[in-house]
Each structure stands twice: as C-alpha cells, then as structure tokens.
Design a protein around this ligand. Structure first.
Ligand code: SF4
Length: 80
C-alpha cells in the first residue's frame, strides 16, 4: 500500500445565467474569486493544484455557500 498523491488541478466555474452578482463567493474564497465593479465573480483562470487542500476546501465552501448554486468545481487533468 502506497501513498496516493493528488495530481492535476481544479478550477471554479460560474454559470452566468444563475449568478446574481452579489459576490458572496468572493467573501468565501477570496484567493480564488475576485469581483468586478458590479459584484460579479472573476474566477481565477489558472488551475489550482488538487494537492492544495486549503484552496480546495475554500472552493467547496464557496460552492456550498453560493445561494444560486451557480458555482461548480471542474477538475483539470495534469498535462503530460
Ligand atoms: S455566490 Fe454564486 S450567485 Fe453569488 S456572485 Fe458568487 S457565483 Fe454568483
């Protein structure tokens, strides 16, 4: 039995049709979500490593806290 390493990364995705633009996700995961001048989320475009447990937990927190269920976490596989 070996140690399993988490490879690849993730990005948050927002459904702009559902999003209400109140920016709650920015408060929950400020390292992953910025907001524009109207309060709509600007999602960090580069994948965050899955091994970054704190960032992944923030992303999950934002997904759970989104009142419109507009956020999802998309896995990005490691490029070879
Ligand atoms: S919490 Fe959800 S509804 Fe609110 S701004 Fe973020 S993505 Fe949009």
């Amino acid at each position: 039995m070996g140690v399993r390493r988490k490879v690849g990364g993730f990005v948050l995705k927002v459904n702009p049709i559902l999003c209400d633009g109140f920016g709650h996700c920015h408060e929950l995961a400020p390292e992953l979500v910025k907001i524009d001048e109207w309060g709509y989320p600007i999602i960090l475009g580069t994948p965050t490593p899955l091994a970054d447990g704190a960032a992944l937990e923030s992303a999950r927190y934002a997904v759970r806290g989104c009142p419109r269920q507009a956020l999802t976490i998309a896995r990005v596989d490691e490029q070879s």
